[in-house]
Design a protein around this ligand. Sequence first.
Ligand code: CTP
Length: 448
Amino acid sequence: MIKVITYGTFDLFHFGHQRLLERAKALGDYLIVGVTADGFDRARGKINVQQSLMERMEAVKATGIADEVIVEEYEGQKIDDIMRYGVDIFAIGSDWKCYFDYLDEYCQVVYLERTAGVSSSELRAEKREVHLGLVGDSLFLNKFEKESHFVNGVKIVGLCVSPSVAVGLSDELRCLPCVTEDYDALLREVDAVYILSKPADHYEQIKAAILCGKHVLCEPPIALSVKEWAELNELAKTKGCILMDAIRTAYSTAYYRLLLLVKSGCIGKVVSVDASCTSLRDNDITPNERREKWNSICSWGPNALLPVFQILGVDYKQKTITSHIEDESVMYDSFTKITFIYPQAVASIKVGKGVKTEGELVVSGTTGYVYVPAPWWKMDYFEIRREDPTENKRYFYQLDGEGIRYELVSFLKAIQSGKNFSYINDKVSEAFVQVMEDFYKGCNLIRI
Ligand code: CTP
């Protein structure tokens, strides 16, 4: 009996897949099909897959062509499978020509002509491309634009920016079809906006977007008062729009796995979460510029608060905010420390813009602790440490594009399905805003 094996993602199963399987089967008597696991796809840069592993495996099985369907989970598995299943022929589409020649040491390698004119990528893009507009006052937009090219089905078509920021923007951004200072003009051209403007502008900008039926991805805080936050969320629901916090850390695989491990009790009961996020300013800024810039608590607060609220929840009993406020007129804090007391745990964050400290994250538990070195918010690695260092474990994950592309994929999925796929739930989003509101109102605020 001649055994043939082939592999693929088989997302949105199409005619090209069907033909490939038929021809692979015709090469022998028994066909094994390896379907890639979600994590494996993500690690190899295929981040837009629409269907779950189960759905994709079901689609392959439904053809009735495969005699066996297996999961491909790791780099190097093909050699393992070929030997384990006693495979005679490895078959794959011609888009992989030469790539798998190294397998000829183990079996015959056959490249089958790829069917012209159809691909999962095209089908995903066809699902209705989302036209996105950018709003903001930061050169980070350059990075965001670059990352958007990794995501099928989204196209940046416009930009609302002040002339002073426009100077530093990439050619790609400056040459977009709609570059304007008029926010309403941008809204007319797009399906959704990514907002990176100063926090005091968020409420008005989000409200205007949602009233026009546009979806919103916004750098938190979404608003500066809980009342405004609630109003925007209600409005988004009524209008059928997605409103999502943009914190890329939440979308990094390492951070997400860390959460899962901690929640499954790998360090026992969590008693403390401590996170710091700080950066230095390029130059001393003038009071006027301060009005335009993000202060420490808005720039870094939500990011530092993310693990606190996602691990310990938002029902803290007490909170103290200690800030060094450089300019009272605009509440510009160059450094803020916040401590939280929960019924059975504590937490602290330190954020700074103009003050620097070690940007690490430590989650302490009754059987060990998680340590993430600086800059923890760009996490691709963390360690679980125990009393006995020989029991320490290190976890490594790939982080592409600081998580921006994964965040965009979630935003897109939410828009396409009408369900919120945000990794940051409403309670956490609201709790960010509560902290901001208390800071600006001076509640539980100590000035140093
Ligand atoms: N394939 C093919 N003809 C096509 C598309 C895919 O023969 N038009 C083959 C691929 O060469 C591969 C298998 O089908 O051997 C599974 O491919 P997969 O990567 O899952 O499908 P694509 O449509 O190429 O997906 P994507 O656009 O995401 O790369």
